[in-house]
Design a protein around this ligand. Structure first.
Ligand code: PEP
Ligand code: MG
Length: 603
């Protein structure tokens, strides 16, 4: 919507003269920019009074409560029927959620607890529900894991639905919202969000909600710009006032000046153009001008990023950093939990390969639950990290291997080992994998006929130099340039004081990459790069010129790297890589890389 249009709508909605611009910061949970008149969604606490009822009315009160449960269930089923029109990922997400809400209304702690309170405390049903929600919410809030505490929110959402039905105060529908409005609410339920029509509603901002909440997930899935957790939102927002929501930056501007509107309009236009262009690219193959196909895969940390990987056209998952399952919690994730995550990834990728890495914990990635397993050393990057820790305690390695083997029965899964330094480490993991497989088969667990490929990450200089010996024990290699650079150049990757020395174009790094690629190709073994270098279009021609045909990167980097792949000629890139490998001066190497990119890039 243009400024004038937005202002006209604001006037029509009865807005008074614009007040001073007010900028509020929140959590940007769904990227994009929305500009439009505010549509305030009535919120605040529901008017729940505490009424003590006589013994004789307990049964009638319980019956009234039972009816509200029935009405709520009916509403949820109706909502579920309506979700069939949503994009598949949103329909799936909201479908799970509504099923969970239905389960929370079926003989759950919430329903049983509230029913008991009515009798025990002789309370009216709405107050009984309110007290029960508070108690459940407290126990969820005590959980440190943000995902689990967000599930506590779900109980509150279901409880609120029950209370609304008890006090006969139904939810507002969005069908009457003027075209192009920005919804401003104190809180939005995921179900409400799923029913927002992106053609009608430009975006939304809410005072409450977290980045892991289902509301956030659904907003991303349907592609509505959204900012949550905006303090004091309601103190500043008025119905009809122009509001800007920047869901990438996490900013809400109320009553923006004409200059601010013009700034965000131009950013929105740039984003729209970029999105259109990258969307077109998503459907195109990653093939060079001279017809060589390149595999571009995604690195992910959390299962929730799977959507992003597929949305950006990933041809597989080249690196699943399983250590993130161990972080921000007090206990260790068991075999079942890991199996559920890995198999969901395998199913979600629909036949495309999924490379799961055994955990890379230690160094700068710590897990409370492993505190007993090692003594914090003065030099953790050189200490008991990654595969060293896994091999030190089979109680850590075996459940991961079991979960991976079971998930491999459902689709192509590869197992990758971080920080490999010695061939013996790969041999020991292979033996462990075979033992775990025998144990699982004895238990009657379905496993693939041939065990999954076992690959080594090449991220320690010694591993690159011994690539031939490691190749003899491996089924594939993946080069972790982040650590390879750290260990080769002796630069702590997280220390900003030496960041300027962290240079992927140092001749030592290029030689180690070349050495590794050649060792793999001599054996006809797959080799990829999964460090940050793979996601940087500046290095694409050089990496392909060195013989790589598989690159794995953050999902959002895929379209730009694909664009680079499609613009270059592999024969020319190979020739240029050869010229680069003859150089020993970093400045000269950089010049040869940039000069080739400038010539080969269109425009
Ligand atoms: C790497 O080191 O390049 C890599 C991909 O692993 P991580 O960044 O997880 O250490
Ligand atoms: Mg690494």
């Amino acid at each position: 919507m243009r400024t004038e249009e937005a202002t006209d709508i604001a006037k029509a909605a009865g807005a008074t003269e614009p007040a001073e611009e007010c900028r509020l910061a929140g959590l940007g949970v769904s990227p994009g920019i929305a500009i439009g008149p505010a549509y305030l969604v009535e919120g605040g606490d529901l008017p729940v009074h505490e009424i003590h009822i006589p013994e004789s009315e307990i049964e009638a009160e319980r019956a009234r409560f039972g009816e509200a449960v029935e009405v709520s269930l009916k509403q949820l089923r109706k909502l579920k029927a309506k979700t069939s029109g949503l994009p598949p990922s949103a329909a799936e997400e909201i479908g799970y959620l509504l099923d969970a809400h239905v389960a929370m209304l079926s003989n759950s702690r919430l329903v049983r607890g509230a029913g008991e309170r009515i009798g025990r405390q002789r309370l009216n049903a709405e107050r009984a529900v309110e007290l029960e929600i508070d108690e459940i919410a407290r126990s969820f809030a005590a959980m440190r894991d943000p995902y689990l505490s967000a599930r506590g929110e779900d109980v509150r959402v279901v409880g609120t639905r029950l209370i609304r039905n008890l006090i006969k105060k139904p939810y507002a529908a969005y069908s009457g919202v003027p075209q192009g409005s920005v919804i401003v609410a104190d809180e939005l339920t995921p179900a409400d969000t799923a029913l927002m029509d992106p053609q009608r509603i430009a975006g939304f901002a809410a005072q409450f909600g977290g980045a892991d909440s289902h509301t956030a997930i659904v907003a991303r899935a349907i592609g509505i710009p959204a900012v949550l957790a905006v303090p004091h939102l309601f103190e500043h927002a008025r119905a009809g006032a122009i509001v800007i929501v920047d869901g990438g930056e996490g900013t809400v501007v109320i009553d923006p000046t004409a200059e601010t509107v013009a700034h965000y309009e131009s950013r929105r236009d740039t984003l729209t153009r970029e999105r259109r262009y990258l969307n077109r690219l998503r459907r195109l193959p990653a093939v060079t001008r001279d017809g060589v196909e390149i595999t571009l895969e995604a690195n992910i940390e959390l299962p929730i990023e799977l959507d992003q990987a597929t949305a950006n056209g990933a041809m597989g998952l080249g690196l699943v950093r399983s250590e993130f399952l161990y972080m921000n919690r007090e206990d260790l994730p068991g075999e079942e939990e890991q199996y559920a995550v890995f198999s969901a990834l395998v199913r979600g990728m629909e036949g495309k390969p999924v490379t799961v890495r055994t955990f890379d914990l230690g160094g700068d990635k710590l897990a409370h639950s492993l505190a007993d397993h090692y003594i914090q050393s003065d030099n953790p990057a050189l200490g008991l990290r990654a595969i060293r820790l896994s091999l030190q305690d089979r109680r850590l390695l075996d459940p991961q291997l079991a979960a991976m083997l079971r998930a491999a029965a459902e689709g192509p899964l590869r197992i990758m080992l971080p920080m490999i330094t010695h061939a013996g480490e790969i041999r020991r993991v292979r033996e462990a994998m075979e033992q775990v497989a025998r144990r699982l088969r004895r238990r009657g667990v379905a496993l693939p006929k041939t065990l999954p490929p076992l690959g080594a990450m090449i991220e320690v200089p010694g591993a690159a130099l011994a690539a031939d010996a490691l190749a003899a024990e491996s089924d594939f290699f993946s080069i972790g340039t982040n650590d390879l650079i750290q260990y080769t150049l002796a630069i702590d990757r997280s220390d900003e004081q030496v960041a300027h020395l962290y240079n992927p174009l140092h001749p030592a790094i290029l030689r180690l990459i070349q050495f590794t690629v050649e060792a793999a190709l001599r054996r006809g073994m797959p080799v990829s790069v999964c460090g940050e270098m793979a996601g940087e279009p500046r290095y694409t021609a050089l990496l392909l010129g060195l013989g790589l045909r598989n690159l794995s990167m953050a999902p959002r980097s895929i379209p730009r790297v694909k664009q680079r792949v499609r613009s270059l000629d592999i024969v020319a890139a190979t020739r240029r890589a050869r010229a680069i490998m003859d150089q020993s001066d970093t400045g000269r190497i950089a010049a040869l890389v940039d000069d080739f990119n400038a010539v080969a890039l269109p425009g």
